[in-house]
Each structure stands twice: as structure tokens, then as C-alpha cells.
Design a protein around this ligand. Structure first.
Ligand code: NAP
Length: 295
């Protein structure tokens, strides 16, 4: 069984790494804030002092980090993943990144004799814990075959979308309508609230209508103010929308919906909601409706 390394033990990464241990893989982990590795270490993982130690110990190295800058830092820093001999290893990045970032990274990784796959996921902390994520993989045929048994541990379904970068592109394709959906739902609920409709009544009505999204029932308690653990936060939504706008811009696509959604999430983040669940956009728009308009 392959020895696996995991870098980035945030909300998603710690749950995914736990599944590797449960599947019987030898696991070496690293996280910038080492305390997040405590449970994994108690359950049998080895804690590395830096990313280079992970790459040395493992045949397959997975990264699950916030954004493009964090991933590049972990690969390129002096004691980073690529600072040690990596010939013959396979790197799988599962963060949501810009396609151009993973394509450029893959060229450098392949130049060192290693394989590379981008494999971002759809689904949040519940599916991550249960191995029910939807994985969008970009890789050569050979690297995909090697990655698949590991990705299976996290996934209810894997789509091999093409070579490196296509997994990340497909992930942005899937997330764009979702980002716009939550933004438009927020505007709808704020508008109805201003006119005197009860938010719960509106949400229950939408849930039973053709405007419902599969994930909406799970999010209604959070939208109505229940203190559920944060799954996907406002600043991650901003990051994804910026990636969509950059990617659309590179290919000449007009992205007015994504621009509007980014403006709304950015306003929510500036008001202090950056680390709140992305559906906090609803609360933000209700709270920021002008008192004059409420009368
Ligand atoms: P998270 O909880 O915020 O965790 C982010 C991870 O990145 C942490 O391990 C953090 O380390 C690390 N990190 C950030 N900047 C770093 C840097 N400069 N150097 C080293 N480490 C750094 O994020 P998450 O929700 O798990 O999401 C991870 C990725 O999955 C993101 O790309 C996100 O878009 C994607 N995703 C998330 C969800 C979701 O529902 N949460 C769903 C699908 C996809 P520290 O612990 O030290 O801060």
C-alpha cells in the first residue's frame, strides 16, 4: 500500500487525511499550525517538521490548502515539497485553484521526474468525513491511474476531465452557479423581508419550489441563524470567484453574474463576515437594507 503524505489539515484536509489512516495507509502529515495534526498523530500518523519531510517520506503527496499562493509557497519554500528529491513520486493537489496555477506547477513537478494531478472536490465537510466527495481530476492517463485508488478513498464519484488543469477548470464551472445562487437567494430573502415576509416561510417555500437547490435544505438552519460549524466560508467564495473571473477573462468570456456575486461577497467580508459560512451573505443583505426602505 502506498505511503501517503498530506499537507494542509484545515476543515477539509483533516477529515480527508483521517480517511487515509482508516484505509490503512502509512501517513505523514504537516500543517502550518501543528496542533491541527494532534488527532491524526494520536491515530497513527507521523507529524513532519516541514513539507520537505512529507515529500521524502511519502510516495504520494496530497495538498489541500486555502489558495494558489499557499500552494505555491508550500511547494517552493526552502524546506518545501520540491526542495527534496521527488523523482518517481506523485503529487495530487486537491485545493480549488486557478487552472493556470496547476498547469504551471505541473510543468515544474514533471521536470523533476514526478507526476502531478489536480483533483479539487465538490462537497463540504460532511461528504469529506464520509468519503462522499465528488472529485474532478486533471492528470495524464498514467498519473490518473496511479491517483485513482487514493482518490477513491475520498470520493463517491471521480471524473477524469483531461490533463492537468482540466480538473480545476471543471471545479470552477461547478462552483460558479453555486456562488451566484447563494448571492441571488440572499437578495431574494432580503427583498421579501423588507416587504414583511418571514425568512423561514420564504425558505420553506423556495425549498419546495423549482428554485430549490439540492443543498438548500441542509443550509436553511444556518441561514436562519443556527450556530452550525462553518463549512465553506465567505473568503473562500471570494477566492473562487476571483479565480472564475480571471479564468473567464483569459478566455474572453463576459462574467457579469460572477462580477456581481464577487461584489456582494466582498461587501460581506469587509463587514467582518469573511470567516462566516458563505450563506451569511443572506444575513448581511437583510441587515444592510436601508432603514428608509424598510419603512
Ligand atoms: P481551511 O479550513 O481554511 O484550511 C486551509 C488550510 O490551508 C489550513 O491547513 C491552513 O493552515 C493552510 N494554509 C493557508 N495558507 C497557508 C500558508 N500560507 N502556508 C501554509 N499553510 C497554509 O480551508 P478548507 O475549507 O479546508 O479548504 C481547503 C481547500 O478546499 C480550499 O481551496 C477550498 O476552496 C477547497 N474546498 C473547500 C470546501 C469546504 O466546504 N470547506 C469544499 C470544497 C473545496 P493553518 O491551519 O495553519 O491555517
Amino acid at each position: 500500500m502506498a505511503s501517503v503524505g498530506f499537507v494542509g489539515l484545515g476543515k477539509m484536509g483533516c477529515l480527508m487525511a483521517a480517511r487515509l489512516l482508516q484505509a490503512g495507509h502509512e501517513l505523514t502529515v504537516w500543517n502550518r499550525s501543528p496542533a491541527k495534526a494532534d488527532t491524526l498523530v494520536r491515530d497513527g500518523a507521523t507529524l513532519a517538521a516541514n513539507p520537505a519531510e512529507v515529500a521524502t517520506a511519502a510516495d504520494v503527496v496530497i495538498s489541500m490548502l486555502s489558495d494558489d499562493a499557499a500552494v505555491l509557497e508550500i511547494y517552493d519554500q526552502p524546506d518545501g515539497l520540491l526542495s527534496t528529491a521527488v523523482d518517481g513520486k506523485l503529487f495530487i493537489d486537491m485545493s480549488t485553484l486557478r487552472p493556470v496555477t496547476v498547469r504551471e506547477l505541473a510543468i515544474r513537478v514533471r521536470g523533476l521526474g514526478a507526476g502531478f494531478a489536480d483533483a479539487p472536490v465538490s462537497g463540504t465537510v460532511g461528504p469529506a468525513k464520509d468519503g462522499q466527495l465528488f472529485v474532478f481530476c486533471g492528470a495524464s492517463e498514467q498519473d490518473f491511474e496511479r491517483a485513482q485508488p487514493i482518490l477513491d478513498i475520498f470520493a463517491r464519484r471521480i471524473v477524469h476531465a483531461g490533463d492537468v488543469g482540466q480538473g480545476s477548470l471543471l471545479k470552477l464551472v461547478v462552483n460558479l452557479p453555486l456562488a451566484v445562487y447563494w448571492g441571488s437567494l440572499a437578495e431574494a430573502i432580503a427583498m421579501g423581508s423588507q416587504g414583511g415576509l418571514d425568512p423561514q416561510l420564504m425558505l420553506e417555500t423556495i425549498k419546495d419550489s423549482s428554485a430549490a437547490l439540492a443543498v438548500l435544505p441542509l443550509k436553511i438552519p444556518t441561514i436562519l441563524g443556527a450556530s452550525e460549524p462553518v463549512a465553506f466560508d465567505v473568503k473562500s467564495m471570494q477566492k473562487d470567484l476571483r479565480s472564475m473571473l480571471a479564468t473567464g477573462g483569459e478566455t474572453g468570456v463576459q462574467m457579469r453574474m460572477a462580477e456581481g456575486a464577487l461584489a456582494a461577497y466582498s461587501a460581506a467580508a469587509e463587514s467582518g463576515l469573511g470567516s462566516s459560512d458563505a450563506v451569511a451573505i443572506v444575513e448581511y443583505l437583510i441587515d444592510n437594507a436601508t432603514p428608509h426602505a424598510k419603512e
